[in-house]
Design a protein around this ligand. Structure first.
Ligand code: V55
Ligand code: FE
Length: 494
Protein backbone atom coordinates (compact mmCIF):
# COMPACT_ATOMS: atom_id res chain seq x y z
CA UNK A 1 0.00 0.00 0.00
CA UNK A 2 1.11 3.60 -0.58
CA UNK A 3 -0.33 4.88 2.70
CA UNK A 4 -1.29 3.43 6.04
CA UNK A 5 -4.83 2.00 6.03
CA UNK A 6 -7.34 4.26 7.76
CA UNK A 7 -8.39 1.47 10.14
CA UNK A 8 -8.33 1.54 13.92
CA UNK A 9 -4.93 -0.20 13.85
CA UNK A 10 -3.27 2.79 12.14
CA UNK A 11 -5.22 5.86 13.30
CA UNK A 12 -5.63 7.94 16.47
CA UNK A 13 -3.48 6.67 19.32
CA UNK A 14 -2.48 3.79 17.00
CA UNK A 15 -1.17 6.15 14.28
CA UNK A 16 2.37 5.12 13.34
CA UNK A 17 5.10 7.29 14.87
CA UNK A 18 8.36 5.58 13.90
CA UNK A 19 10.71 8.30 15.13
CA UNK A 20 13.82 7.39 17.10
CA UNK A 21 14.39 9.95 19.84
CA UNK A 22 16.53 10.44 22.91
CA UNK A 23 15.34 12.98 25.47
CA UNK A 24 17.24 13.73 28.65
CA UNK A 25 16.54 15.69 31.82
CA UNK A 26 12.75 15.30 31.85
CA UNK A 27 11.28 16.66 35.09
CA UNK A 28 9.76 14.27 37.61
CA UNK A 29 6.79 15.93 39.31
CA UNK A 30 5.78 14.90 42.81
CA UNK A 31 7.78 12.71 45.15
CA UNK A 32 9.69 9.94 43.42
CA UNK A 33 10.40 7.09 45.85
CA UNK A 34 14.20 6.62 45.94
CA UNK A 35 13.60 2.90 45.27
CA UNK A 36 12.28 3.74 41.81
CA UNK A 37 15.80 3.99 40.40
CA UNK A 38 16.43 2.12 37.20
CA UNK A 39 14.94 1.67 33.74
CA UNK A 40 11.48 0.81 32.50
CA UNK A 41 11.86 -0.92 29.12
CA UNK A 42 8.88 -1.19 26.80
CA UNK A 43 8.19 -3.08 23.58
CA UNK A 44 6.24 -0.91 21.16
CA UNK A 45 5.10 -2.18 17.74
CA UNK A 46 5.33 0.60 15.16
CA UNK A 47 5.24 -0.17 11.43
CA UNK A 48 7.98 1.72 9.60
CA UNK A 49 6.18 1.36 6.26
CA UNK A 50 2.56 1.01 5.12
CA UNK A 51 1.70 -2.69 5.17
CA UNK A 52 1.34 -4.82 2.04
CA UNK A 53 -2.23 -5.71 3.03
CA UNK A 54 -4.99 -3.36 4.20
CA UNK A 55 -6.20 -5.77 6.90
CA UNK A 56 -2.85 -5.69 8.71
CA UNK A 57 -2.88 -5.02 12.45
CA UNK A 58 -0.92 -4.09 15.58
CA UNK A 59 0.88 -7.39 16.05
CA UNK A 60 2.83 -7.00 12.77
CA UNK A 61 4.38 -3.64 13.68
CA UNK A 62 8.17 -3.36 13.74
CA UNK A 63 9.46 -3.70 17.28
CA UNK A 64 10.72 -0.54 18.90
CA UNK A 65 12.51 -0.71 22.23
CA UNK A 66 11.97 2.16 24.58
CA UNK A 67 13.69 3.06 27.82
CA UNK A 68 12.48 5.40 30.55
CA UNK A 69 15.30 5.85 33.08
CA UNK A 70 14.77 7.32 36.53
CA UNK A 71 18.10 8.97 37.25
CA UNK A 72 18.01 9.52 41.00
CA UNK A 73 18.42 13.30 40.70
CA UNK A 74 14.79 14.18 40.10
CA UNK A 75 15.07 13.75 36.34
CA UNK A 76 14.24 11.04 33.87
CA UNK A 77 15.53 10.20 30.39
CA UNK A 78 13.47 8.73 27.57
CA UNK A 79 14.68 7.01 24.41
CA UNK A 80 13.14 4.82 21.74
CA UNK A 81 14.74 3.02 18.79
CA UNK A 82 13.78 0.43 16.23
CA UNK A 83 15.04 -3.07 16.84
CA UNK A 84 17.19 -3.59 13.76
CA UNK A 85 15.75 -6.93 12.83
CA UNK A 86 16.71 -8.52 9.51
CA UNK A 87 13.16 -7.72 8.41
CA UNK A 88 13.30 -4.06 9.38
CA UNK A 89 16.67 -3.65 7.64
CA UNK A 90 15.36 -5.37 4.48
CA UNK A 91 12.34 -3.08 4.36
CA UNK A 92 14.38 0.02 5.11
CA UNK A 93 16.75 -0.87 2.26
CA UNK A 94 13.80 -0.96 -0.16
CA UNK A 95 11.87 1.89 1.43
CA UNK A 96 8.67 -0.18 1.58
CA UNK A 97 7.01 -3.24 3.14
CA UNK A 98 8.25 -6.53 1.66
CA UNK A 99 6.81 -8.93 4.24
CA UNK A 100 3.12 -9.68 4.01
CA UNK A 101 0.54 -10.97 6.42
CA UNK A 102 1.04 -11.63 10.12
CA UNK A 103 3.04 -14.84 10.42
CA UNK A 104 2.46 -15.92 6.85
CA UNK A 105 5.70 -15.95 4.83
CA UNK A 106 3.79 -17.25 1.77
CA UNK A 107 2.51 -13.68 1.38
CA UNK A 108 5.99 -12.08 1.31
CA UNK A 109 7.84 -10.67 -1.69
CA UNK A 110 9.77 -13.50 -3.34
CA UNK A 111 13.12 -11.77 -2.89
CA UNK A 112 12.93 -11.84 0.91
CA UNK A 113 12.28 -15.60 1.13
CA UNK A 114 14.32 -17.05 3.98
CA UNK A 115 14.94 -13.71 5.71
CA UNK A 116 14.10 -13.83 9.45
CA UNK A 117 10.65 -12.19 9.53
CA UNK A 118 10.15 -11.72 13.27
CA UNK A 119 9.56 -8.13 14.40
CA UNK A 120 10.76 -8.53 18.04
CA UNK A 121 7.84 -6.41 19.24
CA UNK A 122 6.31 -8.05 22.31
CA UNK A 123 8.41 -8.13 25.50
CA UNK A 124 11.78 -6.76 26.62
CA UNK A 125 13.13 -9.66 28.71
CA UNK A 126 15.96 -9.01 31.18
CA UNK A 127 17.93 -12.01 32.45
CA UNK A 128 21.57 -12.63 33.40
CA UNK A 129 22.53 -9.10 32.40
CA UNK A 130 21.11 -9.37 28.88
CA UNK A 131 18.18 -7.52 27.36
CA UNK A 132 16.25 -9.51 24.75
CA UNK A 133 13.39 -8.21 22.60
CA UNK A 134 11.14 -11.22 22.19
CA UNK A 135 8.23 -12.21 19.97
CA UNK A 136 6.73 -15.67 19.90
CA UNK A 137 7.18 -16.22 16.14
CA UNK A 138 10.97 -16.21 16.18
CA UNK A 139 14.13 -15.96 18.19
CA UNK A 140 14.67 -12.81 20.21
CA UNK A 141 16.99 -9.96 19.34
CA UNK A 142 19.55 -8.87 21.89
CA UNK A 143 19.68 -5.14 22.54
CA UNK A 144 22.19 -3.00 24.45
CA UNK A 145 20.34 -1.87 27.59
CA UNK A 146 22.03 1.55 27.62
CA UNK A 147 22.34 2.59 23.96
CA UNK A 148 19.43 0.43 22.71
CA UNK A 149 21.72 -0.64 19.84
CA UNK A 150 20.63 -3.94 18.30
CA UNK A 151 23.26 -6.63 18.90
CA UNK A 152 21.67 -9.27 16.66
CA UNK A 153 19.44 -12.33 16.78
CA UNK A 154 20.05 -14.28 19.99
CA UNK A 155 20.28 -18.08 20.30
CA UNK A 156 21.95 -18.48 23.71
CA UNK A 157 25.40 -18.69 22.22
CA UNK A 158 24.40 -21.21 19.58
CA UNK A 159 22.76 -23.54 22.10
CA UNK A 160 19.08 -23.02 21.24
CA UNK A 161 17.65 -25.46 18.69
CA UNK A 162 14.12 -24.05 18.67
CA UNK A 163 13.38 -21.55 15.90
CA UNK A 164 11.15 -19.64 18.31
CA UNK A 165 11.09 -18.32 21.87
CA UNK A 166 7.99 -17.08 23.62
CA UNK A 167 7.68 -13.46 24.71
CA UNK A 168 6.35 -14.67 28.09
CA UNK A 169 9.13 -16.12 30.16
CA UNK A 170 9.09 -16.86 33.88
CA UNK A 171 12.02 -16.31 36.24
CA UNK A 172 12.24 -18.22 39.51
CA UNK A 173 12.84 -15.67 42.28
CA UNK A 174 14.99 -18.10 44.32
CA UNK A 175 17.06 -19.94 41.72
CA UNK A 176 17.10 -17.01 39.24
CA UNK A 177 16.62 -19.54 36.43
CA UNK A 178 14.79 -18.44 33.30
CA UNK A 179 12.01 -20.77 32.12
CA UNK A 180 10.63 -20.42 28.60
CA UNK A 181 9.33 -22.38 25.66
CA UNK A 182 9.10 -21.98 21.93
CA UNK A 183 6.12 -23.26 19.98
CA UNK A 184 6.04 -24.01 16.25
CA UNK A 185 9.60 -24.80 17.29
CA UNK A 186 10.54 -26.41 13.98
CA UNK A 187 8.33 -24.49 11.59
CA UNK A 188 4.95 -23.11 10.64
CA UNK A 189 1.88 -24.82 12.12
CA UNK A 190 3.99 -27.50 13.79
CA UNK A 191 2.90 -29.05 17.10
CA UNK A 192 6.49 -29.09 18.38
CA UNK A 193 7.11 -27.17 21.59
CA UNK A 194 10.61 -26.67 23.05
CA UNK A 195 10.68 -26.36 26.83
CA UNK A 196 13.85 -24.61 28.01
CA UNK A 197 15.58 -23.85 31.31
CA UNK A 198 18.36 -21.25 31.46
CA UNK A 199 20.71 -21.02 34.45
CA UNK A 200 21.22 -17.83 36.43
CA UNK A 201 24.41 -17.30 34.41
CA UNK A 202 22.41 -17.16 31.18
CA UNK A 203 23.54 -20.59 29.88
CA UNK A 204 20.84 -22.79 28.32
CA UNK A 205 20.78 -25.85 30.64
CA UNK A 206 18.07 -27.89 28.99
CA UNK A 207 15.87 -27.90 25.93
CA UNK A 208 13.30 -30.65 25.60
CA UNK A 209 10.76 -30.96 22.81
CA UNK A 210 7.22 -32.28 23.08
CA UNK A 211 4.06 -32.33 20.96
CA UNK A 212 1.14 -30.10 21.90
CA UNK A 213 -2.32 -31.69 21.41
CA UNK A 214 -2.68 -29.40 18.37
CA UNK A 215 -0.84 -26.33 17.03
CA UNK A 216 -2.16 -23.56 19.24
CA UNK A 217 -1.27 -19.93 19.84
CA UNK A 218 0.71 -20.47 23.06
CA UNK A 219 1.22 -16.90 24.15
CA UNK A 220 2.02 -17.39 27.86
CA UNK A 221 2.62 -20.15 30.42
CA UNK A 222 3.41 -20.41 34.12
CA UNK A 223 5.70 -22.13 36.55
CA UNK A 224 5.11 -23.11 40.15
CA UNK A 225 7.80 -24.17 42.62
CA UNK A 226 7.79 -27.71 41.22
CA UNK A 227 5.92 -27.65 37.89
CA UNK A 228 5.76 -26.04 34.46
CA UNK A 229 2.20 -25.48 33.20
CA UNK A 230 1.38 -25.16 29.49
CA UNK A 231 -2.12 -24.01 28.54
CA UNK A 232 -3.44 -24.90 25.09
CA UNK A 233 -6.40 -22.87 23.83
CA UNK A 234 -8.08 -23.53 20.48
CA UNK A 235 -6.66 -20.67 18.42
CA UNK A 236 -5.04 -22.89 15.83
CA UNK A 237 -2.80 -22.79 12.78
CA UNK A 238 -3.02 -24.79 9.57
CA UNK A 239 -0.23 -25.14 7.01
CA UNK A 240 -2.54 -25.49 4.01
CA UNK A 241 -4.34 -22.29 4.96
CA UNK A 242 -1.00 -20.50 5.22
CA UNK A 243 0.12 -21.81 1.82
CA UNK A 244 -3.13 -20.50 0.36
CA UNK A 245 -2.26 -17.04 1.69
CA UNK A 246 -4.71 -17.17 4.59
CA UNK A 247 -4.49 -16.09 8.20
CA UNK A 248 -2.10 -17.75 10.60
CA UNK A 249 -4.76 -18.17 13.29
CA UNK A 250 -8.38 -19.28 13.38
CA UNK A 251 -10.23 -19.60 16.65
CA UNK A 252 -12.27 -22.83 17.04
CA UNK A 253 -15.19 -22.47 19.50
CA UNK A 254 -15.93 -26.22 19.49
CA UNK A 255 -12.43 -27.44 20.28
CA UNK A 256 -11.39 -28.26 23.85
CA UNK A 257 -8.60 -26.52 25.72
CA UNK A 258 -5.90 -28.33 27.70
CA UNK A 259 -3.51 -27.71 30.54
CA UNK A 260 -0.23 -29.61 30.28
CA UNK A 261 1.56 -30.09 33.60
CA UNK A 262 5.08 -31.44 34.02
CA UNK A 263 7.60 -31.45 36.83
CA UNK A 264 9.72 -28.36 36.26
CA UNK A 265 12.96 -30.37 36.06
CA UNK A 266 11.27 -33.53 34.77
CA UNK A 267 11.28 -35.12 31.35
CA UNK A 268 8.66 -34.28 28.76
CA UNK A 269 7.14 -37.80 28.77
CA UNK A 270 5.99 -36.90 32.31
CA UNK A 271 3.61 -34.22 30.99
CA UNK A 272 0.01 -34.91 31.98
CA UNK A 273 -2.83 -33.30 30.07
CA UNK A 274 -5.91 -32.02 31.87
CA UNK A 275 -8.96 -31.20 29.76
CA UNK A 276 -10.42 -27.68 29.91
CA UNK A 277 -13.56 -26.08 28.47
CA UNK A 278 -14.25 -25.67 24.75
CA UNK A 279 -13.57 -22.47 22.87
CA UNK A 280 -11.94 -20.43 25.64
CA UNK A 281 -8.78 -18.38 25.28
CA UNK A 282 -6.35 -16.43 27.44
CA UNK A 283 -3.42 -14.27 26.48
CA UNK A 284 -1.98 -13.83 29.97
CA UNK A 285 -1.68 -15.73 33.20
CA UNK A 286 -1.36 -14.02 36.59
CA UNK A 287 0.50 -16.87 38.29
CA UNK A 288 0.48 -20.54 39.30
CA UNK A 289 1.12 -21.97 42.75
CA UNK A 290 0.86 -25.08 44.90
CA UNK A 291 -1.19 -25.31 48.06
CA UNK A 292 -0.48 -27.35 51.22
CA UNK A 293 -2.40 -30.31 49.79
CA UNK A 294 -0.25 -30.39 46.69
CA UNK A 295 -2.99 -29.04 44.41
CA UNK A 296 -1.88 -26.77 41.59
CA UNK A 297 -3.71 -23.50 40.94
CA UNK A 298 -3.37 -21.78 37.58
CA UNK A 299 -4.77 -18.21 37.45
CA UNK A 300 -5.44 -16.74 33.99
CA UNK A 301 -7.28 -13.79 32.43
CA UNK A 302 -9.67 -16.11 30.58
CA UNK A 303 -12.07 -15.11 27.80
CA UNK A 304 -14.97 -16.94 26.17
CA UNK A 305 -13.24 -16.48 22.81
CA UNK A 306 -10.12 -14.87 21.35
CA UNK A 307 -9.96 -11.22 22.41
CA UNK A 308 -8.70 -10.01 19.01
CA UNK A 309 -11.28 -9.16 16.32
CA UNK A 310 -8.64 -9.77 13.61
CA UNK A 311 -8.53 -13.40 14.75
CA UNK A 312 -12.26 -13.87 15.44
CA UNK A 313 -13.53 -12.41 12.19
CA UNK A 314 -11.58 -14.58 9.72
CA UNK A 315 -12.66 -17.52 11.92
CA UNK A 316 -16.32 -16.67 11.24
CA UNK A 317 -16.94 -15.52 14.80
CA UNK A 318 -18.95 -12.31 14.54
CA UNK A 319 -19.70 -10.94 17.98
CA UNK A 320 -19.57 -7.48 19.46
CA UNK A 321 -16.80 -6.74 21.99
CA UNK A 322 -19.38 -6.38 24.79
CA UNK A 323 -20.72 -9.88 24.06
CA UNK A 324 -17.40 -11.40 25.13
CA UNK A 325 -17.33 -12.96 28.58
CA UNK A 326 -14.20 -12.89 30.64
CA UNK A 327 -12.96 -13.36 34.18
CA UNK A 328 -9.79 -13.95 36.13
CA UNK A 329 -10.22 -17.70 36.29
CA UNK A 330 -8.50 -20.39 38.34
CA UNK A 331 -7.93 -23.87 36.98
CA UNK A 332 -7.11 -26.30 39.77
CA UNK A 333 -5.58 -29.72 39.14
CA UNK A 334 -4.05 -32.48 41.21
CA UNK A 335 -0.73 -33.16 39.47
CA UNK A 336 -0.55 -36.57 41.15
CA UNK A 337 -4.10 -37.72 40.31
CA UNK A 338 -4.57 -41.10 38.64
CA UNK A 339 -5.84 -41.21 35.09
CA UNK A 340 -5.09 -40.02 31.61
CA UNK A 341 -6.33 -37.30 29.25
CA UNK A 342 -9.68 -39.10 28.90
CA UNK A 343 -10.53 -38.63 32.57
CA UNK A 344 -8.43 -35.79 33.94
CA UNK A 345 -9.99 -32.32 33.81
CA UNK A 346 -9.41 -28.90 35.31
CA UNK A 347 -11.69 -27.60 38.06
CA UNK A 348 -12.68 -24.05 37.17
CA UNK A 349 -13.37 -21.20 39.64
CA UNK A 350 -13.95 -17.54 38.87
CA UNK A 351 -11.67 -15.52 41.16
CA UNK A 352 -11.74 -12.03 39.68
CA UNK A 353 -13.09 -9.62 37.06
CA UNK A 354 -12.63 -9.56 33.29
CA UNK A 355 -9.56 -7.76 32.00
CA UNK A 356 -5.95 -8.41 31.14
CA UNK A 357 -2.32 -7.44 31.81
CA UNK A 358 -1.97 -9.21 35.17
CA UNK A 359 1.05 -8.19 37.27
CA UNK A 360 2.60 -9.75 40.39
CA UNK A 361 5.80 -8.97 42.27
CA UNK A 362 8.73 -10.96 40.85
CA UNK A 363 9.34 -12.56 44.27
CA UNK A 364 5.87 -14.20 44.15
CA UNK A 365 6.47 -15.95 40.84
CA UNK A 366 5.21 -19.52 41.17
CA UNK A 367 4.27 -19.00 44.82
CA UNK A 368 1.09 -18.10 46.69
CA UNK A 369 0.56 -14.37 46.23
CA UNK A 370 -1.45 -12.02 48.44
CA UNK A 371 -2.03 -9.35 45.80
CA UNK A 372 -2.16 -9.00 42.06
CA UNK A 373 -2.78 -6.04 39.80
CA UNK A 374 -4.54 -5.97 36.44
CA UNK A 375 -6.27 -3.68 33.97
CA UNK A 376 -9.92 -3.66 33.05
CA UNK A 377 -12.68 -1.42 31.63
CA UNK A 378 -14.50 0.80 34.10
CA UNK A 379 -18.20 -0.12 33.93
CA UNK A 380 -19.07 3.28 35.43
CA UNK A 381 -17.11 5.46 33.00
CA UNK A 382 -19.18 8.53 32.06
CA UNK A 383 -17.86 8.97 28.52
CA UNK A 384 -15.94 7.17 25.78
CA UNK A 385 -12.84 5.05 26.45
CA UNK A 386 -9.65 5.94 24.56
CA UNK A 387 -9.61 4.17 21.19
CA UNK A 388 -6.30 2.35 20.69
CA UNK A 389 -4.33 -0.84 21.15
CA UNK A 390 -5.01 -4.17 19.42
CA UNK A 391 -8.61 -4.55 20.66
CA UNK A 392 -9.58 -0.99 19.77
CA UNK A 393 -10.06 0.47 23.26
CA UNK A 394 -7.51 1.12 25.99
CA UNK A 395 -8.16 -0.21 29.50
CA UNK A 396 -9.16 2.59 31.87
CA UNK A 397 -9.32 0.97 35.32
CA UNK A 398 -6.34 -0.31 37.31
CA UNK A 399 -7.22 -2.88 39.96
CA UNK A 400 -5.37 -4.17 42.99
CA UNK A 401 -6.86 -7.55 43.83
CA UNK A 402 -6.66 -9.13 47.26
CA UNK A 403 -6.21 -12.81 46.44
CA UNK A 404 -7.22 -13.81 49.97
CA UNK A 405 -10.74 -12.49 49.43
CA UNK A 406 -10.61 -8.88 50.58
CA UNK A 407 -12.18 -6.11 48.50
CA UNK A 408 -10.43 -4.90 45.37
CA UNK A 409 -9.04 -1.39 45.09
CA UNK A 410 -9.33 0.66 41.90
CA UNK A 411 -7.87 3.67 40.14
CA UNK A 412 -10.16 4.99 37.41
CA UNK A 413 -9.13 7.26 34.55
CA UNK A 414 -11.40 9.89 32.99
CA UNK A 415 -12.94 9.39 29.52
CA UNK A 416 -10.51 9.25 26.57
CA UNK A 417 -7.64 8.05 28.80
CA UNK A 418 -5.97 4.67 29.06
CA UNK A 419 -3.42 2.64 30.96
CA UNK A 420 -0.63 0.62 29.42
CA UNK A 421 0.51 -2.48 31.33
CA UNK A 422 2.26 -1.50 34.58
CA UNK A 423 5.54 -2.93 35.83
CA UNK A 424 6.08 -3.71 39.50
CA UNK A 425 9.08 -2.14 41.26
CA UNK A 426 10.01 -3.93 44.49
CA UNK A 427 10.58 -2.15 47.77
CA UNK A 428 13.43 -2.98 50.13
CA UNK A 429 11.24 -2.21 53.12
CA UNK A 430 9.82 -5.36 54.75
CA UNK A 431 6.05 -5.41 54.37
CA UNK A 432 5.96 -2.65 51.73
CA UNK A 433 4.16 -3.79 48.57
CA UNK A 434 6.40 -1.78 46.26
CA UNK A 435 5.47 0.50 43.40
CA UNK A 436 3.87 0.35 39.99
CA UNK A 437 5.08 2.33 36.98
CA UNK A 438 2.74 2.69 34.02
CA UNK A 439 2.36 4.88 30.97
CA UNK A 440 -0.97 6.74 30.87
CA UNK A 441 -2.22 8.07 27.52
CA UNK A 442 -4.80 10.87 27.41
CA UNK A 443 -6.45 12.32 24.34
CA UNK A 444 -6.37 16.12 24.61
CA UNK A 445 -7.60 17.15 21.17
CA UNK A 446 -8.05 15.89 17.62
CA UNK A 447 -5.17 13.48 17.22
CA UNK A 448 -3.39 15.13 20.16
CA UNK A 449 -2.28 13.11 23.16
CA UNK A 450 -0.60 13.62 26.51
CA UNK A 451 1.67 10.75 27.57
CA UNK A 452 2.87 10.44 31.13
CA UNK A 453 4.61 7.84 33.26
CA UNK A 454 2.80 7.47 36.58
CA UNK A 455 4.44 6.03 39.69
CA UNK A 456 1.92 4.51 42.09
CA UNK A 457 2.14 3.04 45.55
CA UNK A 458 1.20 -0.58 44.81
CA UNK A 459 -0.67 -0.90 48.11
CA UNK A 460 -2.65 2.27 47.50
CA UNK A 461 -3.29 2.65 43.80
CA UNK A 462 -6.57 4.43 44.51
CA UNK A 463 -4.61 7.42 45.82
CA UNK A 464 -3.31 8.11 42.32
CA UNK A 465 0.27 8.79 41.29
CA UNK A 466 2.93 9.81 43.81
CA UNK A 467 5.09 11.02 40.90
CA UNK A 468 4.64 11.71 37.17
CA UNK A 469 6.89 12.30 34.18
CA UNK A 470 5.46 13.90 31.05
CA UNK A 471 7.07 12.49 27.91
CA UNK A 472 7.09 15.20 25.23
CA UNK A 473 6.84 12.83 22.26
CA UNK A 474 4.04 10.82 20.63
CA UNK A 475 3.92 7.30 22.11
CA UNK A 476 2.17 4.32 20.54
CA UNK A 477 0.57 1.75 22.85
CA UNK A 478 3.11 -0.67 24.28
CA UNK A 479 2.66 -4.42 24.45
CA UNK A 480 4.73 -5.42 27.50
CA UNK A 481 7.38 -3.83 29.69
CA UNK A 482 10.11 -4.85 32.14
CA UNK A 483 11.63 -3.08 35.12
CA UNK A 484 15.41 -3.30 35.60
CA UNK A 485 16.83 -1.86 38.84
CA UNK A 486 19.81 0.47 38.40
CA UNK A 487 22.04 -1.85 40.45
CA UNK A 488 21.48 -4.65 37.91
CA UNK A 489 22.23 -2.33 34.99
CA UNK A 490 25.41 -1.17 36.72
CA UNK A 491 26.46 -4.77 37.44
CA UNK A 492 25.84 -5.77 33.81
CA UNK A 493 27.93 -2.94 32.37
CA UNK A 494 30.79 -3.41 34.89
C1 V55 B 1 0.12 -10.87 21.32
C2 V55 B 1 0.99 -9.89 20.87
C3 V55 B 1 1.79 -10.15 19.78
C4 V55 B 1 1.71 -11.36 19.14
C5 V55 B 1 0.85 -12.33 19.59
O1 V55 B 1 -0.79 -9.54 23.01
C6 V55 B 1 0.05 -12.08 20.69
C7 V55 B 1 -0.73 -10.63 22.47
C8 V55 B 1 2.73 -7.97 19.79
O2 V55 B 1 2.65 -9.25 19.22
O3 V55 B 1 2.45 -11.58 18.02
FE1 FE C 1 1.55 -10.89 26.03
Amino acid sequence: MDAFPQTMYFTGLNAPVGEEVSLTGLAVEGTLPPEVRGSFYRAVPDPAFPPKFANDHTLSGDGMVSRLSFNGDGTADYAIRFVETARHLAEKAAGRARFGKYRNPYTDDADVAGVDRTVANTTPVWHAGRLLMAKEDGRPYRVDPVTLDTLGSYDFGGALKSETMTAHVRIDPVTKELFFYGYEADGLASTKVAYCVVGPDGALKSEQWFDAPYCAMMHDFTISENYALFPIYPTTADLERLKAGGEHWHHEPETVSWLGVMPRYGDVPEIRWFKGPKGVHSYHMMNAWEDADGLLHFDACLNSTNAFAFIREPSGIHIQPWEMQGALTRWTVDPKADGGPETLAVKETVIGPPGDFPVIPAVRQGRPYPHGWMLTMNPELQGPPLPGGPVGAMFNLLLRLDMRGGPPQALALPPLSGFNEPVHVPSATEGHEGWLVTIVDQQIGDDRFLHQAWVLDAANVAAGPVAKVTIPHRLRPQVHGWWVPQAELDAASA
